[in-house]
Structures are given as C-alpha cells and as structure tokens.
Design a binder for this molecule. Sequence first.
Ligand SMILES: Cc1cc2nc3c(=O)[nH]c(=O)nc-3n(C[C@H](O)[C@H](O)[C@H](O)COP(=O)(O)O)c2cc1C
Length: 363
Amino acid sequence: MSDRETLLKILDLARWAPSGDNSQPWRFEIVADDHIAIHGFDTRDHVLYDFEGHPSHMSHGALLETLRIAATAFGLDASWTLRPGTSDARPVYDVVLRQRSDPAADPLFPHIEPRVVQRRPMHTTPLTRMQRDALAAAPGPGYEVQFFESFAERLKVARLLWDNAYIRLTCPEAFEVHREIIEWGARYSKDRIPERAVGVDPATAKLMKWVMRSWPRVEFFNRYLLGTVPPRVQLDFLPALACAAHVLLRPRAPLADVADYVAGGVALQRLWLTATSVGLHLQPEMTPVIFRWYSRSGKSFSGVAEINERARALAGDFEALAGARESDDFVFFCRVGVSSVPASRSHRLSLAELMAEGASARS
Ligand SMILES: Cc1cc2nc3c(=O)[nH]c(=O)nc-3n(C[C@H](O)[C@H](O)[C@H](O)COP(=O)(O)O)c2cc1C
C-alpha cells in the first residue's frame, strides 16, 4: 500500500521531467495516501513560445508519464484523469495509485534522472537499427515517427533552423523571454537554463550577456554587426548537422484539446527516456513547431509584420521538408545522437518548493 513517504519519493523522481525552459509548470498536492493532485499552470501570459499553453500542457504530460514510471518502482500503478471543470490555463490532474500486480519496475525507470538535454554538437554516428526501432516504437501507435537522417536531410533541417533562429533572434517579444530564462555564469540552475547548458562558447556567451542587457543593443548588433550569425551557427546550424538524426512526432489524429497536448507530452517523454536507454542524447527543437502553430491558426506573435511573414514562410518550408499538408499536425521535433554527458544542466525546484502548500510565486 502507498503512504505519504512513498508518494514523496515518487514525486521527488517525477520532478525530473523536462519542461519548456525548465519552467516546471506544476505544483503537487498529496490529497490522500492513494491520491496526488497535480496543479498545472502555463506561462502564455509572458512567454511567447507557450502558444495557448500547449508546450506547458506537453510538459504536464511528460511529468505524468515520469510519475507513472517512477511509481512502478514502488509496486504502484498510477493512473490520472484531467479534473473536469478545470481550465486550460490551470488544469488539475488527479493521480490515483493502486497496488501493482507486476512486481517489475518499468524498463524506463533507471533513465528518469540521467535524461538530460544536449544542446551542443553530437557525433554523426548513424542510428543503429535497434536504436531507430526503439525510437519509432517509443511514443506508441498514436504517432508517426519521421526520421531525417542522411547528410542531405540534416542539411535541409539545418537550413530550416537557420531561418527559424533568425525569427527567434530578431523578434522583440522573444528577446524578453530569452533574457528571463538564462541564468548567466551558472553551471546549474534550479528554475532556468544555466549559461553553460545553452550551447555557445564562453566568448559568445559573454558577448550575448552584454548585448542582451537591452533591446536597442541587440538591434544594433543584428543590423550592423551580423549579430545573429555567431549564435545561429553555434546554436542551430552546426548542431543540426552534428547529430545522428532529427525526429518529428506526428499525431495520427488531429490535436484538438488540452488532453491531446498532454498525450503529446507523454509521447515525447517516452521518446526521450527511450533515447537515453539506447545510449543517445536528445535536444528538442520546438520553436519551428510553435511558430507553425501560430501561423496555421492565423495568429501573429510579433508586432513586427515581417517577423510574422517569415514565420508563415517557415511553416511552408517545414511542411515541404516533412511532406506534410497545412492541415497535418506536428507535436514534437528534436535531434538525437551519441555524445558525452553535458557538463552543465538544469536542476529543479526542491520538492518542498513544489508542494502546493508552499507554492505562492507561480501557482
Ligand atoms: C515541451 C518542451 C519544449 C522544449 N523546447 C526546447 C527547445 O525548443 N530547445 C531546447 O533546447 N530545449 C527545449 N526543451 C528542453 C528544456 O529546456 C529542458 O527540458 C529543461 O530546461 C530542463 O532541462 P533537462 O531536460 O536537461 O532536465 C523543451 C522541453 C519541453 C518539455
């Protein structure tokens, strides 16, 4: 039977789930010895990338799947439901725990803590058949898993990400977000992305930090000093070539509501943990997916018309690359490859800070 101590141990593991910009859009409440409530929230009011809260909904899914996997190691089955009547912006998930008949822990359990984002160039060693098959099966039957593996395909993705990064770096609304999410000078960060996990060399990081103190500085650099070139080369173009493959998750049914994005998050975490289990690192490449969400729903994300126009063109290029129609949904895009373990990573808020009772700042 479960008890509070066991539930705390499970939550302590579950909090290692990934979330966009390490936002950890969740707070935990232990309701009873067999019942946890996850209080989700999103960051759409101040984070341009959190389109209609969907990346946060995906993070909720990643958390719920991590919690489910962690529970198996304690002989428990965890099943969750979205609490009826809760809003998209603050969904509550009720997780019920029951004794498990199978004594074995889920095979993905050992990979919960070692899973980490790798933003630096990886080896180009091709995927083995075993790795590709494992990745293709990981998200389950609801998703088509599309691979871009050859040099020519990776080059096409590199070009897409090059154009994508131009949008990211010249968009004033995105600047505010980038400024908030990097913890400068840090190797670890409990609630943001530490500078050294960003993926640029120390000289570029120093320059970025200085330039990013004000938007006029960024604009000046971009306009007169080719300011977007060094970060685009280091963060987008080279990593896009330096990997084994890019992987696109395409849901077989249209994404209609919050539950579909939560399911997308379950799928992405299964893909990521599986990648870790077969010796691969992974980096999400979500911004082209997010810009496409905006474009295809006819919404603008910038006050600068040219930026929205570029995002529309990018959506078309992404569809051409994937052989998709405008109406087809994409839910997750990433690159995978063999690499050493990153020397820097995001940490997490403590369990005490994540308990709903102690959460005042964000929930
Ligand atoms: C929905 C979602 C979207 C993400 N998008 C990106 C992305 O576009 N680029 C990137 O480098 N990392 C992305 N990440 C990775 C997070 O930044 C990362 O998981 C978080 O900072 C915690 O770090 P960790 O995964 O190393 O524990 C994304 C993660 C999630 C769950």
